[in-house]
Design a protein around this ligand. Structure first.
Ligand SMILES: [Zn+2]
Length: 678
């Protein structure tokens, strides 16, 4: 029998990587899907009246084998993939989405769920059970399960049209990006660029059989040019090209797509009984309502604007002194910011790296988790790994009980995608009196050690490690009953709190003293360097905050406005939405909305604010630690008990208030950034 379809019979029931071969996956998936379907059938065909237990709870515990196989498979597809696995992924993905649709379109199943939902006040449910019931019911109702047939059809038509338009929006941006190139034939025009960027531009030209150097609108080419190129005219033309994507009244123009997407989203929301698309989206966010988001953004705007204006004035003066620039334009921003930053900090990664040997940083993260949450990490060698570079740990609490199995996978290799992430091979949940502990993993792409040199991290990599470790703690410390509410299964404007808050320890003397020791001499990093790291981390924070606010307001304006059909000019509408958030002179040929892929192509519609929202949460939470001491046990325990262990079992604002004693305050973010004194 297929190893994936049986009990693994391994230590801690860990994934038996050495016994799995790629050809096991497809049949295992098919068999697990059949099994999950039968479990659903049993729920639907139950002759007893629907109850919370026989319907909602049973549904949440169904499909466990399928979930387990999916976790193992898709984690491998991200961290250790090959052609064969990718091919299987292409075969499996449609099977999984078909299975998902079978559930959400199952009317008999919905009938049972609805019966339970309608009697929810009489059921004497716990908070967690109420949340689960609500979540399950909404996963159907938000997809139209309550609509009459003709409106269901209307909804499907809108969904089809929307997915076509979003695709088209993205294709246009991609085509615009690919169509543009700036050829440079005089080396003088590359003045200021680092050698690496020049080299890349040369190679790009060669690959296209062209002379000289080529700069494109792809970030790895665009960003260095805008940051370092001394030639202002060339920066201007590159910036204009970048800013006019989808806004040239040609075949690749996105203005109509923007208007249609906004309008269809509005129609879809009203069909489902919501006032606007933003109301629909925010119902399942910590922020809850468009009013809350707009208040949040405008409040932050009021407080950050004076700082942003003074930073802008400083930058303007600096550019004037340096190059006689009278009017600072958008194409000057990256260039003079970088020059000013160098002048103020001259902070160089090479100076910092010797203090951040990978092993020391991991130990540091473990020590921080021990001091805060009483966790102990012991490396173990008796479980399977999917690659020899992976390290495995047993995580226990102060009574020696198992908390989690923890995998770490740090180095890049051919089968691993870029970036860093946290994931899990098995969730935490309780069933029949057993508390099943999770198997959590973090995957990164740090510099690999050589024979003569250990892996030394840049400071950015250090904070990345702490960030992912924060997500991992959210997974490890989970203590909920139902698998779908466990660990990081929370509203997405809440999910970055544990990760971002952990990053704060990387800037604190008390924490750095534990692990930031020179890998050769053992000397602890100097206070002077720590101070520089802190200051440079918040460099131009006012202007950056203002920019994020302006994009958040633009997003809300497109999705919380009620009369989308009356908008005729995308540019004029955008300008109005930006309000008083702009520092640089407007550029008539440019438009943000026509290339705002986050909200018109990706999943960030009515969600752009969440970048700043999460920062406020983490700054506010960390301020509490700072007040009481960054290793204060009482605060840490409150954080563990009210946030880290609770997953998505309750509304995050309630969880947060129980931890903090009050709602998060944006002032904490401004104070940390040095934008507010006191
Ligand atoms: Zn994250």
């Amino acid at each position: 029998m297929n190893i994936l379809n049986q009990h693994f019979n391994t230590p801690y029931n860990t994934a038996p990587f050495s016994k799995i071969s790629n050809r096991d996956f497809l049949p295992a998936f098919k068999s697990a899907i059949e099994k999950a379907k039968k479990e659903i059938d049993v729920i639907v065909n139950n002759t007893e009246a629907p109850t919370f237990q026989n319907t909602i709870e049973a549904l949440d515990y169904s499909g466990q084998e399928l979930d387990r196989i999916s976790s193992i498979f898709f984690n491998l597809n991200s961290a250790e993939t090959n052609d064969e696995i990718q091919k299987i992924a292409q075969e499996v993905s449609p099977l999984l989405s078909e299975f998902g649709n079978d559930i959400t379109l199952n009317e008999d199943l919905f009938k049972r769920i609805k019966t339970v939902y309608n009697s929810k006040t009489d059921l004497n449910l716990t908070e967690e059970q109420k949340t689960l019931l609500d979540k399950r019911y909404k996963s159907f109702s938000r997809n139209g399960a309550n609509l009459p047939e003709n409106k269901k059809d209307q909804l499907r038509t809108i969904d089809k049209e929307l997915s076509k338009l979003k695709l088209k929006f993205g294709e246009n941006i991609l085509a615009e990006t690919n169509a543009f190139e700036m050829q440079i034939t005089d080396e003088k025009d590359l003045s200021g660029l680092p050698d690496g960027a020049k080299e890349a531009a040369k190679q790009l030209a060669e690959s296209k059989d062209k002379d000289g150097w080529i700069i494109t609108l792809d970030y790895p080419s665009y960003i260095p040019f805008m940051t370092y190129a001394d030639n202002r005219e060339l920066r201007k033309s590159l910036s204009l090209a970048f800013g006019s994507k989808g806004f040239k009244n040609d075949a690749l123009d996105n203005q109509d797509n923007v208007l249609k997407i906004a309008q269809l989203r509005h129609e879809r929301a009203t069909l489902l009984g919501y006032k606007t698309h933003a109301h629909f989206v925010l119902e399942e966010r910590m922020a809850q309502t468009p009013e809350a988001v707009n208040n949040f953004l405008n409040n932050l705007l009021k407080k950050a604007k004076p700082a942003a204006e003074s930073e802008f004035a400083n930058l303007q003066n600096f550019a004037k002194e340096l190059d006689g620039i009278d009017r600072l334009e958008k194409w000057d921003s990256g260039y003079y910011s970088e020059k000013l930053k160098q002048k103020l900090f001259s902070l160089d990664d090479e100076k910092l790296k010797p203090y951040f040997k990978l092993e020391n940083v991991i130990d540091g993260a473990f020590t921080v988790a021990n001091k805060l949450f009483d966790l102990s990490f012991e490396e173990i060698h008796n479980i399977n790994k999917y690659h020899e570079d992976v390290l495995t740990y047993k995580v226990t609490d102060n009574k020696g009980s198992l908390v989690s199995i923890f995998y770490v996978d740090f180095f890049p290799r051919a089968g691993k995608r870029n970036g860093a992430w946290m994931t899990s091979f098995k969730p935490q949940y309780m069933q029949e009196g057993d508390n099943e502990r999770p198997h959590v993993s973090i995957v990164c792409n740090f510099t690999k050690p050589t024979k003569s040199k250990p892996s030394l991290l840049t400071f950015n990599e250090v904070t990345t490690l702490f960030h992912e470790f924060g997500h991992a703690l959210h997974g490890m410390l989970a203590n909920t009953t139902y698998p779908s509410l466990s660990g990081t299964s929370v509203y997405w404007d809440f999910v970055e709190l544990p990760s971002q808050v952990l990053e704060n320890w990387c800037y604190e003397k008390e924490a750095l003293e534990i692990f930031a020791k020179h890998y050769e001499t053992g000397e602890v990093i100097s206070m002077e360097l720590i101070k520089k790291i802190k200051e440079s981390a918040t460099f131009h924070e006012g202007m950056q905050t203002l920019r994020q606010i302006s994009l958040g307001l633009l997003d809300m304006s497109w999705h919380a406005g009620e009369a989308q059909e009356t908008i005729t000019s995308v540019k004029a509408y955008e300008t109005k939405a930006f309000g008083n958030t702009q520092l640089y002179p407007d550029v008539a040929e440019n438009c943000m909305s026509t290339a705002f892929s986050h909200i018109f192509q990706g999943g960030y519609s009515s969600g752009y604010y969440s970048y700043k929202w999460a920062e406020v949460l983490d700054a506010d939470a960390f301020e509490y630690f700072k007040e009481e001491g960054i290793f204060n046990k009482t605060v840490a325990t409150k954080f563990k008990e009210n946030v880290l262990s609770k997953g998505g079992t309750e509304n995050p604002m309630e969880l947060y208030k129980r931890f903090r004693g009050q709602e998060p305050k944006p002032e904490a973010l401004l104070r940390r950034a040095g934008l507010l004194k006191d």
